[in-house]
Design a protein around this ligand. Structure first.
Ligand code: PEP
Ligand code: MG
Length: 578
């Protein structure tokens, strides 16, 4: 019988699928033996993965220019040779054919064996070749996993699963990527949580705060997640399915209309140029954003790299991820944010964090980085090494006081000196920015501007800290209002202070990509907007309807308006009269 459960839409879209209660098992290498009948197909998968890895390397090689092509090219060529090594491939093929290993398990066994052989060598140069084997096999594993996840996705669209869980941490969602889940329904949570941000980046419709849903649903129930109406419908009726089909048609039509704005400039109706940047959590986001035409990556959240990893990622692993992000941006600046763990992202494997009574006000972001200096230095070194591949800006989260940023600058300079002494060609100059997301940083922004090269306003956190309303708790969702005049006043103050100091300021919280906020932000004088790639076209469209002159003239009244309703009324007047 049809039943509907109301919730709060945290990531847009609709999905029809079968319920899967709780979270799926973590991604792991399947070590069960392969049935004889699947052996040749598995060998073919392995060969496809090698071919993809070779193509990845060739692509990387093509993207290198100047002295990099010489220096890094050599190292890439060595890896490419390894990929062509007949003994390596034959050995793995043999394990699949004779030992009935699955391709991923055979690769892992071969990797462990070869690395052990290299580790046992006396010659340090030969010993270091073990790392090359490791890198090469990791590339093939990743190509294999991408294939596997594509296959899983196909199955999932047939079976189609909707994850139903009490709550979902960002780390768990990061693990879900590519596992064929169609949508997420959670008993608790909020649209401004990091899980919600990640779900949007993964294109997973997500409903949160759905109450007792876990008790009332069964594994395998057919369900329709509807983020438009904010409900999940179990055993949907014919009219629900008709609505779903309508939504699919409309989404397609709107997507086609907006697609015409890809690559276009962003200008207000009265011709004022604005800059759109992308927020990225994963390398795919960068590729997607570039195709839509952006001025750069305004926020690369590095913590998801940590959350999706078993244990702490090493300097080399981080370097590879940041380098790929920089190469993926094709010469556009990439703003890499240093670790923002703590608060709702406290579950990173490999980091020992004390449990805190009030984690959002505790050791989070730069506070954690300055406490766990080894982890921070590893990350800074990896970022600096990646900055050889294209323009990189370093952004520091949760700055409360300018002295923290000064301390980070000192550490970066020290890391740069060490790396240069070790023979790395690290650029002399780097741009260092502060997130403005703690009220003290906003109020005291002039002091911060003495040290920062640029600012990025984190309105998601600034809103929760100004209004003392937890962004992860839908119980106080009514208080959590980014359009509250107190928040808008702070935004206006930070934007105008940065402009007077002649330093760039962007806004990278969720409202930057929300069409409903476009006129408010234009009124406050914001020029740089950073948002999820998915939001770029819709926001370009919304901004192009704004009359900047009329809205700027409205700003003083906007800041004096009584509550969000007053603001909405004012904006309506401006839109009507423009
Ligand atoms: C913010 O707080 O607005 C922000 C962009 O950072 P995050 O959402 O990752 O905390
Ligand atoms: Mg933040």
């Amino acid at each position: 019988m049809r039943r509907a459960f109301a919730g709060t839409a945290a990531a847009p879209g609709m999905a029809l699928g079968r319920v899967r209660l709780e979270r799926p098992a973590r991604f792991s290498i399947d070590t069960t033996p392969l049935p004889e009948a699947e052996v040749e197909a598995e060998v073919a998968r392995l060969e496809r993965a090698f071919a993809v890895a070779r193509e990845d390397m060739a692509e990387l090689r093509r993207k290198l220019h100047g002295s990099l092509a010489r220096e890094v090219g050599e190292f890439i060529d060595a890896h490419a040779q390894l990929l062509d090594d007949p003994e390596l491939i034959e050995g793995i093929r043999g394990m699949i054919r004779k030992g009935h290993y699955r391709a991923a398990a055979a690769l892992k066994a071969q990797r462990d064996r070869l690395v052990a052989v290299f580790d046992a060598m006396d010659d340090p140069y030969l010993r270091s070749r073990g790392e090359d084997v490791d890198h090469v096999i990791a590339r093939v594993q990743s190509a294999l996993a991408r294939q596997a996840s594509n296959e899983e996705k196909k199955i999932a669209t047939r079976v189609g699963e909707i994850l139903v869980t009490e709550s979902v941490a960002p780390g768990e969602l990061a693990q879900l990527a590519g596992h064929g889940i169609l949508a997420v329904v959670a008993g608790s949570g909020s649209p401004y949580s990091h899980s919600a941000i990640l779900a949007r980046s993964l294109h997973l419709p997500m409903l949160v705060n759905v109450g007792d849903v876990l008790e009332d649903l069964r594994d395998g129930d057919l369900a329709l997640v509807d983020s438009v109406r904010g409900e999940v419908v179990v055993h949907p009726a014919a009219q629900d399915l008709a609505q779903y089909r309508n939504w699919q048609r409309e989404t397609l039509r709107e997507g086609q209309r907006l697609a015409q704005l890809a690559g276009a400039e962003t200008r207000t109706r009265d011709g004022h140029a604005l800059r759109l940047f992308a927020n990225a959590e994963r390398p795919e986001d960068i590729e997607r954003a570039r195709n839509l035409g952006v001025a750069g990556i305004g926020l690369y959240r590095t913590e998801f790299l940590f959350l999706a990893h078993d244990g702490l990622p090493s300097e080399d692993e981080q370097f590879a991820a940041y380098r790929d992000a920089v190469l993926g941006a094709g010469g556009l600046p990439v703003t890499i944010r240093t670790l923002d763990l703590g608060a709702d992202k406290a579950d990173a494997a490999g980091l020992v964090m004390a449990s805190e009574p009030n984690p959002a006000l505790g050791v989070r972001g730069v506070r954690l980085s300055l406490q766990q200096i080894d982890v921070f230095v590893t990350q800074l070194r990896a970022i600096l090494r990646a900055s050889c591949y294209g323009p990189v800006r370093i952004l520091v989260p949760m700055i409360t006081d300018a002295t923290e940023l000064a301390e980070v600058r000192r550490l970066i300079e020290e890391c740069g000196r060490d790396l240069r002494t070790a023979g790395h060609e690290i650029p002399d100059q780097f741009e260092l920015g502060a997130m403005v997301e703690v009220p003290s940083a906003a109020i005291n922004v002039r002091t911060l501007l003495d040290i920062a090269d640029f600012l990025a306003i984190g309105s998601n956190d600034l809103t929760q800290y100004v209004l003392a309303a937890d962004r992860n708790n839908d119980q106080v969702g009514k208080l959590y209002r980014p359009a509250h005049p107190a928040v808008l006043r702070m935004l206006a103050w930070v934007i105008s202070s940065a402009r007077r100091a002649g330093k760039p300021v962007s806004l990278c919280g969720e409202i930057a990509g929300d069409p409903a906020f476009a006129p408010v932000l234009v009124a406050l004088g914001l020029e740089d907007y950073s948002m999820a790639a998915d939001r770029i076209l819709a926001q370009r469209d919304a901004l192009s309807r704004c009359d900047r002159k009329a809205l700027r003239a409205l700003a003083p009244r906007l800041l004096r308006a009584h509550g969000s309703d007053g603001i909405a009324a004012l904006l309506q007047t401006a839109t009507a009269s423009a």
